[in-house]
Structure formats: structure tokens, C-alpha cells
Ligand binder design. Structure first.
Ligand code: ASP
Length: 343
């Protein structure tokens, strides 16, 4: 059997950071430093190709340009690699994972995103174990030799999660990520226990197609008790805005004031797509349960079901980037494109 061929893409993040001697603040450093700190990698008999961002970044600086850079690298190496490991900061990892899941159409190979809470040079670092395990997940195959994982996933500490279902839950715990509405794809113990029935399988045999057009004319609006009509109308009047992810309460509920329904309806009639996404991280939108939810649906707000905020906003960027009409975007929020939502 040939050695697994894995392409590692280093974008930055805590995993590769070092401390600035003057300020004590962490900043991204180059990949050679990171590799020198994990000599164990050589014990894996893998053929590893490393690609580094020209300027590694703190993932708070991540934007659609970098998502395109990651996606293009995956496209370039797609036929030469069995799998990919993307090293990334944790802060926006769930956004990147969600965006890539939409951008990498017909993906049939593993794209495993990982990082760490402590830099890899630190004694108690979680980065070394995360990197090694991510490589093993990217190299794993089924009994008939197919890639075990054929989707974008986040590997962090004890679990492998579906990327477009994941959220960063903790700025402190080593188990920093969770997919609150979908089971883990694997549990990392003495061995890697894959949950094959939970893994995504794309039915199409078409070749990988990278979708690079992402439309940034989207935004979050968060409801809170006391929100004023002026605030809401001002946000909905943002120049050029095409899509809004409305962060509602509980099962998709919001205040029943008439001005709120009027403002949402007027925006919808202007062609703005408003998607209902709950502020609760677990469970989903069911606007039919309460009158407070029903009233948003009547104002034209479409259900985001149990989608995460990260997946909702990146799905909007992708759908509008494809040039779809508001009507078509609304319809696509009612279906799962790559396992991001339970319909
Ligand atoms: N600020 C860092 C980043 O997202 C945090 C981390 O990597 O854990 O790049």
C-alpha cells in the first residue's frame, strides 16, 4: 500500500504563534518553527506536502479572500493528495469550515481543520495532539479503500465535528468546539472511533468545483428586549444589503410589535432575504409553535431550521455570490446543500 499523501495548509492561528518579547502578545509565526516543534510527525509514515500562507494570520483577520486561497490550494493539490489538513486559528474556524463546505462542491476527500488553544511550543500545548490526530483522520480509509471522511470537518481535542455544524464554544477549554445539533463524526480515544452513519456522502460523481464568488452584502441582526424601531430600520436600510440572518429568541420568536413586523415585511418586499436563526445554540426554529414566531413568518422571515449562525451567514454569501434571486435564496434555505441543516 502506498503512503497516504496529505497536504497541510498553514493559515496561522495560535497553533503556530510565538510570544512577542516586548509586549507578551501572541502573533503568528512561520511554519518551520511549528514543524520543528513536532518531530513526532516523522513517525507517521505519510507523504506530507506543506503549503503556508505568505503571511500567516490570527483568524480574527480571516475574510473571503483567504477562504478562496485555501479553496484554490485544495483545488491545486486535489488530484495529488488523499486528504487535507488546514491549520487555522480557532476564533473564526467555524466560519471557515462552513464557507469551505459550500465552496468545495462535489468534495470527496477529507478537509480537516484544526488548531489549538495553546501554541505548539508551549509545554501543555494541545496543538501537537490535534495536528497528529488531524493527519490520521485525513489519512483514514473505509474497508474498501475510500476516504473515510469526505467533507469539511473540525478536529479538536476529543472529537471530529461536521464543519458547517460547528461552533466555537469555549475560549478556555481544550474541547473548544461542538456541533450542537449534530452528533460527532468521530470520538478520539485510544483509537479514532468513526461514526460512519453520521458521515456525509455526496451522491454526485462530478469533479470538484470550487465556487469562489461570495457576496458580502449580508449581515446579522440580533433581537434583544428593548430594541428600538429606529435601530432595526437603520440596520435593514444598510446600503446594498441583500441578506439578513435574524438572531431570534428560543424556537425562532420575536417581539410582537407592529413596527417590527412592518419593518421586516418592507425589507422583504424590497428583496432582502431574512432568515430566522435562533440565539439558542441547541434546537432549531419552529415558527409555528408560538404566536411570536408565527408573526415573524407572516412578515416574510424564512426559517433557518437548526442551522448555525456561521453556516447561515456563509450560505447566504455563497448563494448570493452565485447570482441567485432572493426567491431562489429563500428556497435554498429550505434544503440542505451539504449536511448543514436538518430539514
Ligand atoms: N486569536 C486566535 C486565532 O483565532 C485564537 C486561536 O487560534 O485559538 O487565530
Amino acid at each position: 500500500m502506498s503512503r497516504p499523501k496529505i497536504c497541510v495548509i498553514y493559515t496561522g492561528g495560535t497553533i503556530g504563534m510565538i510570544e512577542d518579547a516586548a509586549t507578551g502578545a501572541l502573533h503568528p509565526f512561520d511554519f518551520d518553527h511549528l514543524l520543528a516543534s513536532v518531530p513526532k510527525i516523522r513517525l507517521l509514515d505519510y507523504d506530507i506536502r506543506y503549503v503556508q500562507f505568505e503571511n500567516p494570520i490570527d483568524s480574527s483577520n480571516m475574510s473571503p479572500e483567504q477562504w478562496c486561497e485555501i479553496a484554490s490550494t485544495i483545488e491545486d493539490y486535489y488530484d495529488r493528495a488523499d486528504g487535507f489538513v488546514v491549520l487555522h486559528g480557532t476564533d473564526t474556524m467555524a466560519y471557515t469550515a462552513s464557507a469551505l463546505s459550500f465552496m468545495l462542491e462535489n468534495l470527496h476527500k477529507p478537509v480537516i481543520i484544526t488548531g489549538s488553544q495553546l501554541p505548539i511550543g508551549e509545554v501543555r500545548t494541545d496543538g501537537e495532539e490535534n495536528l497528529i490526530t488531524a493527519l490520521q483522520v485525513a489519512a483514514a480509509t473505509t474497508h474498501d479503500g475510500q476516504p473515510m471522511v469526505q467533507e469539511v470537518a473540525i478536529l479538536f481535542e476529543d472529537y471530529l465535528w461536521r464543519g458547517n455544524r460547528s461552533t466555537k464554544m469555549s475560549a478556555d477549554n481544550f474541547n473548544a468546539f461542538k456541533s450542537n445539533n449534530y452528533p460527532p463524526l468521530a470520538r478520539i480515544g485510544l483509537s479514532i472511533h468513526f461514526r460512519e452513519e453520521a458521515l456525509y456522502r455526496n451522491a454526485s460523481n462530478r469533479p470538484l468545483k470550487v465556487r469562489r464568488e461570495l457576496d458580502r452584502n449580508v449581515m446579522f441582526i440580533t433581537l434583544f428586549p428593548g430594541i428600538t424601531e429606529a435601530t432595526l430600520r437603520h440596520q435593514l436600510a444598510t446600503p446594498g444589503i441583500k441578506g439578513v440572518v435574524l438572531k431570534t429568541y428560543g424556537a425562532g420568536n420575536g417581539p410582537q410589535q407592529k413596527w417590527l413586523a412592518d419593518a421586516l415585511r418592507e425589507a422583504t418586499e424590497r428583496g432582502v432575504v431574512i432568515v430566522n436563526s435562533s440565539q439558542c445554540v441547541n434546537g432549531g426554529v419552529n415558527a409555528a409553535i408560538y404566536a411570536t414566531g408565527n408573526h415573524l413568518a407572516e412578515a416574510g422571515v424564512v426559517s433557518g431550521h437548526d442551522i448555525t449562525s456561521e453556516a447561515a451567514i456563509t450560505k447566504m454569501m455563497y448563494l448570493f455570490g452565485e447570482g441567485l434571486s432572493p426567491e431562489a435564496v429563500r428556497r435554498y434555505f429550505d434544503c440542505s446543500l451539504c449536511g448543514e441543516v436538518t430539514i
